[in-house]
Design a protein around this ligand. Structure first.
Ligand SMILES: *Cc1c(COP(=O)(O)O)cnc(C)c1O
Length: 470
């Protein structure tokens, strides 16, 4: 394709994208395609000669689109939302066009400095105190990996990268069973080992860590000659929004000099609303915090905000400065690749700049507040249904329930069948989780174009389809 043809196609794509977003609500939310259908529709061998873009675009519509699950659908209530708000999509289009690599200051000064500024805007938006610095990572998983590597190096007096782990005293990391699987993987990849991820019991309605049990576990590890290295807390766990008591757990961690990381990947966005900040009271004492603007806040994937009280610990863990990467002659600059595992980095700050300016914090807060309000309304209505049992109460806009008609032998099986039937129907999309070993159906509202009507019709769809199951 010649660049002289690009603008025409760009307009076609922009028109298509606008139309898609305006009509996506008419499509079934979850893809209704069979496994292998898309693979079989794609030629087994690549073309030897150029093909017509018209045909490529037609095939995109005919082959790809039927196999898409619509995350931008207003009735996407599964997992967590992954919003691509219009201004952030435009910013991504521009980034795709200029395609800079943002590993060093000099490889893209504007991207680096905008990243610094946007992370500080987000810090203020979340009500975090002055002094937290930030970096945009590709995902919360990567931010957590970086934090766990920092825990490891700090506990080994910065010798792990050099000497490796053989012969070292086992390092111990503490978390509950409610944390995301990205924590387990960070523990594996860092070489710390699953058996050194110590699961602390939970208590209370928020399913949060018991700080006394945490202290007991640390003491017992010390007595056994092991090395407590880090604490990982969650605010808004993926299953049902589990939230650890931050202040009490951080106080224990401080007493034993542990490095602390807080995973608020989903719920962190809600902290732009002061009324939700009580959920993470004490957060200012954390060493590392991650949240995903690419979930609820509206920034197109990928965009994960990683705040650090003292970035030196992270940079000491991850920075490699070979000669060819040195930036000569510029003092006081940041090379963000020293703050993250990958070297190459996309220009992710631009979409935050577009997004925050286009909506203002007030516009973003209004959306999140509505999601929470409507979700609570739906919860209240479902709670009155005689055959529906609320399993976990709303944490922000997330709650879980199960269909429990009297005398059903296997409720897990019935609820799996219900979720599948709902998703085959296509008007809404829900997913299940396990709570205390038993299946529960999750509901979360968070898609940017969701309306109160979209949320409340969920009641009708659930009860109608539940009624058809034997
Ligand atoms: C989504 C989520 C993650 C993983 O986020 P990625 O950016 O996909 O790595 C981690 N923790 C929690 C609590 C999440 O909700």
């Amino acid at each position: 394709m010649k660049w002289t043809e690009f603008a025409g196609w760009g307009r076609r794509v922009a028109d298509w994208a606008q139309d898609y977003h305006l009509t996506v609500g008419d499509r079934p939310v979850r893809a209704q395609t069979r496994p292998g259908a898309v693979l079989n529709a794609l030629p087994a061998t690549p073309p030897e000669t150029p093909e017509d873009m018209e045909q490529v675009f037609r095939d995109f519509e005919d082959i790809v689109m039927p196999g898409i699950t619509h995350w931008q659908h207003p009735r996407f209530f599964a997992y967590f939302a992954s919003n691509a708000a219009a201004p952030s999509v435009l910013a991504e289009f521009l980034v795709a066009a200029i395609a800079p690599q943002c590993m060093l200051w000099q490889t893209s000064p504007a991207a680096t400095e905008m990243e610094t500024r946007m992370m500080d805007w987000l810090r203020q938006a979340l009500g975090l105190p002055d002094g937290f610095a930030g970096v945009i990572q590709d995902s919360a998983s990567t931010a957590t990996l970086a934090a766990v590597l920092t825990m490891r190096e700090r506990a080994l007096n910065w010798q792990g990268n050099i000497a490796g782990l053989p012969g070292q005293n086992p390092l111990r990391i503490y978390a509950t069973s409610e944390v995301h699987t990205s924590i387990d993987r960070a523990i594996w990849i860092s070489g710390i080992g699953q058996q050194n991820l110590v699961r602390i019991p939970i208590k209370g309605d928020w399913r949060g860590m018991d700080p006394e049990a945490l202290e007991a576990a640390i003491k017992s590890d010390l007595a056994a000659g092991l090395t407590p290295a880090g604490l990982i807390l969650c605010v808004g766990g993926t299953g049902v929004g589990a939230t650890d008591p931050i202040a009490a757990c951080l106080a224990v961690a401080k007493k034993y000099d542990l490095y602390t990381h807080v995973d608020a990947a989903w719920s962190g966005s809600a902290m732009i609303c002061p009324e939700f900040r009580h959920y993470w009271a004490g957060i200012e004492d954390a060493d590392s915090i991650v949240f995903n603007p690419h979930k609820w806040l509206g920034a197109q994937f990928d965009c994960s905000a990683h705040f650090l009280k003292n970035p030196d610990d992270l940079v000491k863990t991850l920075a490699i400065s070979p000669e060819y990467l040195k930036t000569h002659g510029a003092e006081g600059i940041i090379n963000y690749s020293e703050w993250s595992v990958p070297l190459g980095r996309r220009f992710r700050a631009l979409k935050l700049w577009f997004l925050i300016r286009a909506y203002g914090l007030e516009g973003l807060r209004e959306r999140l507040r509505n999601h929470v309000k409507w979700s609570v309304q739906l919860h209240d209505k479902l709670a009155t249904h005689p055959q529906i049992e609320i399993v976990t109460k709303p944490m922000w806009s997330l709650f879980s329930f199960r269909y429990a008609p009297e005398g059903t032998a296997d409720l897990d099986d019935l609820n799996i069948r219900l979720v599948n039937a709902i998703n085959d129907d296509g008007r809404i999309y829900l997913t299940q989780t396990r709570v205390d070993g038993r299946i529960a159906i999750r509901f979360q509202a968070g898609q940017f174009e969701t309306t109160e009507e979209d949320v409340m019709m969920t009641y009708d769809v659930i009860t109608e389809i539940a009624g058809t199951l034997g």
